[in-house]
Ligand binder design. Structure first.
Ligand SMILES: Cc1cc2nc3c(=O)[nH]c(=O)nc-3n(C[C@H](O)[C@H](O)[C@H](O)COP(=O)(O)OP(=O)(O)OC[C@H]3O[C@@H](n4cnc5c(N)ncnc54)[C@H](O)[C@@H]3O)c2cc1C
Length: 473
């Protein structure tokens, strides 16, 4: 057995692990990366980048179909799935090659990692790495299919399989209405696949405010996606060539049938086989590796970041946590994570969704008094000009002083438009300051001034005792 020693060993070279290694190297640490491959990480290989590449094609198809309103008549369109997949492969290979170049600048140990003790990690069958500090960044895996009775026997695809399909199915049932189910479900529907989505909650994206999730649900239904809300999945089975989902809604049994099933009931932290018990690290197969705010695990010399730490399974969160863990591990500081703004997230459906800061649901749970302003894209001049009128914006401000507490956007380019509010909130801006910021005309971005103005008016009215804030203090 070969033995090697480093200051810091990072287990997992995905987005989080790579960011951690770079940060540690910038602090002059001798840092090594461990990964069993394929190298590149989830975001590049099987997550954000391939899914958004595919969605670009289905959105383009949709825009062409809708272009009649603009006087552009394209006739019947042809979708070349082989071309779409080849384009995706080409782009992903480019992104992965670039990342691998970066990874290979570190001492890299390729193989499955397993802790032997508090300071020893075995990689594959013939290397043992010793270090004073470790960062675990092993990501997540698709939640076990055993959650749905009969799924394994019937056969299904998950997001990995969906991104690698050779041929489109004629019909598809998406199990789960979270963001991956929404993004991929709409992709397949717009590619001409008869698509249904089955979910237990009242609306798609159950974690979001009702107005946000419900509006997306209605838009999906309008464009022909068969959305089954408040529906329990009792099991699945095979009938001839078809796959059958047995459901129950309001106490009544039912069945849905399709050529393929897309399993999107979540991801779980990837802790299997890591030997956490040998290193004094508490861990759980569903909730992952618990950490404190410095990203330390129950072993203070070992940190966990990204999906495996399961705070918010997003790339920018993995990078943020990785950088903080690396600084804490190498510089001996006690930097702490603050998720208030970092938990901002976006969903690449059409209309897109982006949520920054607090939701109304969270403010109400915390009993925080706030005022709310909203504005519909259907009322917004620029949105009308470009025929992108689906959705709305919402801004939430503290009843006491008008500080912006959060915002949500359902609408065109939401993933980009949200950044203006992120910046305003980063600097602790109030709605009054926000409306003083110049906005160009006619732009989609100027839509934010309307909810901000409504909040300013409501604050004045609340100050004059004319209205009550949304939640009594
Ligand atoms: C379909 C889909 C779409 C997504 N879209 C978005 C999006 O639009 N925006 C967004 O922010 N997030 C998105 N995500 C989530 C995002 O991809 C993840 O949150 C992020 O990539 C996690 O990064 P990570 O560094 O924690 O883990 P990963 O990137 O998964 O890296 C983990 C690494 O550890 C290695 N590894 C694992 N176990 C071991 C072991 N025992 N030994 C050695 N190596 C090991 C793996 O090979 C891998 O390289 C999406 C996810 C999916 C599935």
């Amino acid at each position: 057995m070969q033995r090697k020693k480093h200051d810091l060993v990072v287990v997992g070279a995905g987005s989080g692990g790579f960011a951690a290694a770079r940060t540690a190297r910038d602090l002059d640490a001798d840092v090594a990366l461990v990964d069993h491959g394929p190298l590149g990480g989830l975001c590049i290989l099987r997550g954000c980048m391939p899914s958004k590449t595919l969605i670009a094609s289905s959105d383009a198809a949709h825009d062409v179909r809708e272009a009649g309103e603009l006087g552009v008549h394209a006739g019947s369109i042809t979708l070349d799935f082989e071309h779409i997949m080849r384009r995706k492969h080409r782009l992903i290979k480019g992104f992965a090659d670039y990342r691998i170049e970066g990874i290979e600048q570190f001492p890299l140990y390729e193989g499955r990692a397993r802790f032997l003790s508090h300071c020893e990690l075995q990689v594959g069958s013939d290397v043992v790495l010793e270090a004073d500090r470790f960062i675990i960044a092993t990501g997540s895996v698709v939640a076990p299919a055993s959650a749905v009775h009969g799924l394994k026997e019937t056969g299904y695809i998950d997001s990995d399989g969906a991104l690698e399909l050779q041929q489109l199915p004629k019909s598809l049932i998406v199990l789960g209405g979270g963001y991956i189910g929404c993004e991929l479900g709409q992709f397949f529907s717009r590619m001409g696949v008869k698509t249904s989505i089955v979910l237990r909650s009242r609306h798609l994206l159950s974690g979001e405010d009702h107005d946000v999730g419900e509006s997306l649900t209605q838009y999906f239904i309008q464009e022909g996606i068969d959305v089954h809300t408040q529906t329990q999945i009792c099991g699945v089975s095979k009938r001839g060539e078809k796959k059958v989902v047995h459901v129950m809604r309001e106490g009544v049994d039912g069945e849905l049938e399709a050529e393929e099933l897309l399993y999107c009931l979540g991801r779980v932290p990837n802790v299997a086989g890591l030997g956490c018990e040998n290193a004094g690290i508490e861990c759980h197969p569903i909730t992952g590796i618990p950490t404190d705010e410095t990203m330390r695990t129950t072993n203070p010399n070992i940190y966990a970041i990204g999906d495996v730490a399961a705070k918010h399974m997003l790339v920018h969160v993995a990078i943020y946590e990785g950088e903080i863990a690396a600084r804490n591990a190498i510089a001996g500081v006690d930097e702490r994570v603050v998720y208030d703004l970092v938990k901002t997230h976006t969903i690449f459906s059409d209309p897109q969704i982006a949520v920054v800061g607090e939701t109304e649901r969270a403010l109400q749970t915390k009993g925080v008094a706030y005022v709310k302003g909203t504005y519909d894209f259907s009322e917004h001049g620029k949105a009308m000009c470009i025929n992108k009128t689906k959705g709305f914006v919402k801004m939430l401000a503290a009843a006491d002083g008008g500080k912006i507490l959060g915002a949500a956007i359902v609408g065109p380019h939401a993933s980009d438009l949200v950044h203006e509010v992120i910046v305003a909130m980063y600097y602790g801006g109030t709605v009054k300051q926000f409306i003083a910021i110049p906005h160009l005309h006619p732009t989609l971005a100027e839509i934010w001034t309307y909810p901000a103005e409504e909040c300013v008016q409501k604050l004045a009215m609340a100050g004059a005792g004319e209205i009550e804030p949304e939640v009594a203090m």
